[in-house]
Ligand binder design. Structure first.
Ligand code: ARG
Length: 423
């Protein structure tokens, strides 16, 4: 097998983990202090990375960077606590506002989705990677590590950013090819408490916009997910009364909820709670990862479903037919780049230029009814509407219907021509 890493060492389950220097995976050579910045979530994989980076790679100093993109506060706190214990230096960055303004808002403009679900995990990765790279740059550290496996998309998204620096990229999970059980044992040996049990081994990725659940029994695509995997949404059939929310958009992004002006972060938090209570925004699907692997994926994203549905509805009120037809292609191209984490590709900026221009008239409000897992537009209005009630109305005489007759005569013209020729 071809390996791009010089010395991949197989680890057996209970192998002695302290190795002498000659067997280290990474040798800094002459460097005085062998330092690395690790993009750290506080979860099992990245926590296990810390002692691995010390013991298997020989790093003397490990700086962990935890980026808050709206995951639960308890995850951030757990990460901080574990890092205090395991790392040499730990930095937490609150990037929630930046995440909403620079990643979620562009996604709303592009109705960003992949194979039918609203993108979530994908758009947070470049930001997390950039923050880690910035810390490395500030501290003059030349090694960047992440805890992604070699099976998923996240390795690609992190490295699309990491490899644009002059740092060496370290991916212990991928390079060591570790099994989850080994990790759990190794973690426990290093004083990392592991609440993941063998029956509930969900791997959860969460940010303000979306929550993703993978692993364990969910890997059987025929297995129906138990209610317990959901953290944001009630059962869609919980039997609550319908509820209507009104969202105002300005230049394609949400600016107020039920008439109250609100920053994006707060608005999304509120809508997650309101929509979650109605079971809005659950996805259970088979997804094609970038590598080509098919994976069973479960998501919940109430605010995202409500906002994207409302946004698309408003676009139909204000954009021309030609704009709408063309924009579907732009949205698709944007989503493809976002899914792959290629936000630095020059095409990304080109697409954003189109999106920003097209959104200038996407102003107005949409009333959304939330009920039994559905988010349905039930009313919309805009000062920029192309819709004209007077022209389209059954009750109006503004347009002379007779004028359409000539148009109708030529509609389907060629088909009739052929028919007449008996062909
Ligand atoms: N498959 C999704 C993606 O690539 C989500 C992965 C999230 N990771 C997780 N451990 N739940 O965007």
């Amino acid at each position: 097998m071809l390996s791009f890493f010089p010395a991949v060492i197989e680890l057996s389950l209970h192998e002695e983990i302290r190795l002498n220097r000659s067997s280290l995976l990474y040798d800094s050579g002459e460097a005085e202090l062998n330092e690395v910045v690790l993009a750290y979530s506080g979860g099992l994989d990245t926590s296990v990375c810390i002692p691995l980076l010390r013991e298997r790679y020989g790093f003397d100093r490990i700086v962990t960077v935890l980026v808050d993109v709206g995951q639960p506060q308890s995850d951030v706190e757990r990460g901080n606590k574990r890092a205090e214990l395991l790392a040499d230096e730990h930095i937490t960055i609150d990037a929630r506002e930046e995440f909403v303004n620079d990643y979620v808002f562009p996604l709303i403009k592009a109705n960003g989705s992949y194979e039918g679900y609203v993108l979530g995990t994908a758009i947070a990765r470049p930001l997390i990677a950039k923050k880690a790279a910035e810390i490395a740059e500030q501290k003059g550290i030349k090694n960047l590590a992440h805890g992604c496996t070699g099976r998923g998309n996240d390795q690609l998204r992190f490295e699309a950013i990491f490899r644009a620096t002059d740092c060496r990229v370290i991916a212990p999970m991928r390079e060591l090819d570790l099994a989850r059980e080994w990790e759990i044992d190794y973690a426990r040996e290093h004083g990392i408490d592991v609440p993941v049990t063998k029956e509930k081994p969900w791997s959860i990725d969460e940010n303000i916009w979306s929550r993703s659940m993978e692993g364990g029994k969910l890997e059987d695509p025929y297995f129906e997910p138990p209610e317990e995997i959901y953290g944001w949404t009630e059962r869609p059939d919980a039997g609550r009364k319908p509820e209507v929310v009104e969202i105002d958009f300005a230049a394609g992004v949400p600016v107020s909820l039920d008439g109250v002006p609100m920053g994006g972060l707060k608005l999304i938090e509120r809508l997650n709670r309101i929509g979650g209570a109605h079971g809005v925004g659950r996805t259970d699907m088979i997804e094609d990862r970038v590598l080509g692997l098919k994976a069973r994926e479960n998501y919940e994203h109430p605010a995202a479903t409500i906002l994207i549905t409302a946004h698309k509805d408003l676009e139909h009120l204000v954009l021309s037919r030609a704009q709408l037809r063309f924009k579907v292609m732009v949205d698709e191209a944007w989503s493809e780049l976002a899914y792959k984490g290629l936000v630095e590709d020059p095409l990304y900026d080109d697409l954003m230029a189109f999106l920003n221009q097209s959104q200038k008239r996407v102003n107005g409000s949409v009333r959304m009814k939330l009920y039994c897992g559905a988010a349905m537009p039930v009313g919309r209005q805009s000062p920029d509407a192309l819709y004209d009630q007077d022209m389209v109305s059954f009750d109006s005489g503004t347009l002379s219907q007779k004028d359409a007759e000539g148009f109708a005569k030529y509609h389907g013209f060629q088909a009739r021509l052929l028919k007449r020729k008996g062909r």
